[in-house]
Ligand binder design. Structure first.
Ligand SMILES: Nc1nc2c(c(=O)[nH]1)N[C@H]1C(S)=C(S)[C@@H](COP(=O)(O)O)O[C@H]1N2
Ligand SMILES: [Mo]
Length: 327
């Protein structure tokens, strides 16, 4: 079997990071291709920390895939947040609540070997290693806005694959209505988990139809590189129309369940952080407005958009629901 991705590296040297202008030129180039073609090319480029310079890597088999519906949401004109900023300004309370201190505290985190247990209301429960995941699912680039509930935002070029593909593999039973995710529990590696103030491990959840939506991905990289620990290595969820806290990092468990699962933030403060957590400028946080946001790396603010700008793609999921009540 072709091994597409070398997943051993957890600490990428800054000298190995694709310089941003090279990356941006490649994106400019991709713009001229069909999205299906672009996906295939990116799959070929892969998430390889030891990658040779662009265009010189050995050819790998490429699977044909249908054009992702998410292509409508790819934002080729919204400037990307820099790699430096994405990887040095993080929320990851398992390490620290200091956004600028996560990278340093997480630098020795062991994200390999790594296994993900998938269980619950499914026909095919299984435990997958990261190498299985990278072999089974073609990785593609998805450029998404990320809006934290704290009113800052970024634009991140993720590498990953639709969560729906993993769910199809495990065959949810008809009773399965929600997906529950769990982060690694390991206080020896994650000093923040020694704090009794949080109900560790971090848990999150999605309704099954939200989880199956093509915009919902499991990310394994960003800027064409494997995720660093601070970004949720080796694999984290990304749900771009919801506040950032839904996008749970360093996942070890995925469970299909019948009832709406508890989540860390809705357990701690149910009136501040709901289960749905759809980005909505009209639903204020009890302690601040959500009408605008600060794009990291930019001066000034910009208006926050309903569903973080993905309204066209996702509004149908919430038809008939009162967004003030199900926040
Ligand atoms: N396990 C875990 N996942 C997490 C968090 C966390 O503290 N622990 N923080 C969340 C929050 S509040 C945000 S805004 C995003 C931040 O992702 P980033 O640091 O990659 O930008 O991760 C989310 N996922
Ligand atoms: Mo957040």
């Amino acid at each position: 079997m072709t091994k597409r991705f070398d997943y051993r590296s957890t600490g990428i040297q800054s000298s190995e990071i694709t310089p941003e202008h090279v990356f941006l030129n490649r994106r400019q180039f991709l713009k001229t291709l069909s999205i299906a073609g672009a996906g295939a090319l990116l799959a070929a480029c892969g998430v390889n920390p030891q990658a040779e310079p662009e265009g010189t890597s050995a050819p790998v088999e490429v699977e044909k895939s249908a054009p992702p519906a998410a292509s409508q949401a790819v934002e080729l004109d919204d400037p990307l947040t820099s790699y430096e900023q994405i990887t040095n300004y993080n929320n990851y309370y398992e390490f620290t609540t200091d956004k600028k201190g996560v990278a340093e505290l997480a630098k020795n985190f062991r994200s390999s070997p790594w296994q993900i247990e998938i269980y619950g209301l499914i026909n095919r429960p299984q435990t997958l290693g990261m190498e299985d995941i990278l072999t089974k699912f073609t990785q593609e680039e998805r450029v998404y806005r990320m809006r934290c509930v704290e009113a800052w935002s970024m634009v991140i070029p993720w590498v990953g694959f639709p969560l729906s593909q993993l769910l199809e593999l495990v065959e949810p039973k008809s009773e399965a209505k929600y997906v529950r995710f769990e982060t690694l529990l390991d206080p020896k590696q994650m000093p923040g988990q020694k704090s009794p103030l949080f109900p560790w491990p971090y848990q999150e959840g999605l309704r099954l139809d939200e989880a199956m939506h093509d915009l919902t991905i499991l990310a394994t990289g960003l800027y064409g590189k494997s995720l660093l620990a601070q970004s949720g290595a080796p694999m984290r969820l990304v749900v771009p129309w919801k506040y950032g806290f839904k996008s749970i990092k360093s996942i070890v468990k995925i469970e299909l369940v019948a009832e709406q699962p508890a989540t860390l933030w809705s357990t701690l403060a149910p009136n501040e952080y709901g289960f749905y957590a759809n980005v909505n400028p009209k639903v204020s946080h009890p302690r601040w407005s959500q009408e605008s946001e600060r794009r990291i790396g930019e001066k000034g603010g910009r208006p926050t958009l309903l569903f973080n700008g993905y309204e066209k793609q996702v509004a149908y999921l919430y038809k008939g629901m009162d967004l003030q009540q199900y926040f």
